[in-house]
Design a protein around this ligand. Sequence first.
Ligand code: BGC
Length: 493
Amino acid sequence: MSTAGFETQDKFPSRITPYVVACWIFAAFGGLMFGYDIGISGGVTAMDDFLIRFFPAVHERKLLAKENNYCKYDDQNLQLFTSSLYLAALFASFAASKVCSIFGRKPTILVASVFFLSGAASSAAAENLWMLIVGRILLGFGVGFGNEAVPLFLSEIAPVEHRGAVNILFQFFVTIGIFIANLVNYGTSKLHPHGWRVSLGLAGVPAFVLFIGSLVISETPTSLIERGNEMAGKMTLKKIRGVDNVDAEFDQIKEASDKARLVQHPFKNLLKRSSVPPVVIAICLQVFQQFTGINAIMFYAPVLFQTVGFKDDASLLSAVITGIVNVASTVVSIYAVDKLGRRKLLLQACVQMLICQAAIGGILLAYLPTTGSLTKVQAIFVVVLVCLFVMSFAWSWGPLGWLIPSETFPQETRTAGFALAVSSNMLCTFIIAQAFLSMLCHMRAFIFFFFGLWIVVMGLFVVFLLPETKGVPIDLMEERVWKQHSVWKRFMD
Ligand code: BGC
């Protein structure tokens, strides 16, 4: 698969035309779908109507909540409802990388939208648990296809000088999707008995926008040229750049595509010694991103807030507040990432996240016994700490977990390496989604110290093993970054 889209090169002539902006926004709806799916399940699994219909045992336990605060939602099937999506996405992302290289980015996004539409329909109409799970799996296929193609599409279609910001547009739309899902859940929790159907079915709206968008957007020049369609590639380049003088950029894409075509097995190339640094970094960043514990909050925020003593409505409202914080703080990263650099953002966030996790764990340990609840002031304090935690994640590990793997691989392994990053993310998201409620039940407040420990590890990783890549042209990564690094230079020839 060609990887020219991620390349940093000299500035080429371009204008930001309404059409190219429309392409970015339509494609970013893939991120919005991902975010909507992340955000919707927590609220739905906290709705009584939903639990009574599909998980009556959990509902009964919830009524006896006074007996055990930490275990009321611990149910493997309930967690499977949330996590099955990510397992499906994990497998789909490998298939998607093939479709993406053989047929192009545009058809891959189209396929994603069809999966999203059918998944939304199936889960909204679910009459039994299996229909519900089938719906989740279809949505998961959508996420696998969307997350593979959309960041790649955005990077390839953006003018070089805006590539970082356009790449973060994906994460920005993820956070908007989560926020909208929280709002929707807040509203539908009052609609009895079918509010949950509305929550799940409304995913069809952004899916439909993505479907229409996938017909409107153009294929990327890189994909067209790579698949031998040079004339169309050049015309598309003129259209999306808004200028006629695209020869230099066209030549560079062509050269990169010719080179990339020589590599028959990009995944095999990832086993080479010189691939170790970017592979380790891509996998670790995604694993660490998930083991910050962010999705314990994103998936289960309403459940978590109920655990500390909020009523259904108040807990959903608190989840809406964390959603707003998430969106707003992502904007900070768009501005800060190329000024402060990646390492500073990641390290600052480690400190802030560690303090928050330790404080939340400490409060729950001291004041939330197995039965009973926090006082109002204590519970509000927990919400504030959760917001501070989400804030620091949103300007660091959130966007950079996607950005850094896209800028550290050499050209011949760039998209294969990126697929590895996507699948690592899905695997860890699945693990957290499947395990969190059981972990909460067994570890109680200590679960926050568990995530805190991971944050210490990831901080040390950044200090010792993550070089700064701000402002380094991608093709000079080996010379300027790996060969200068005390550990990674040993892997270079
Ligand atoms: C992560 C998701 C997470 C989201 C939160 C993304 O970068 O991959 O797992 O839920 O950020 O905003």
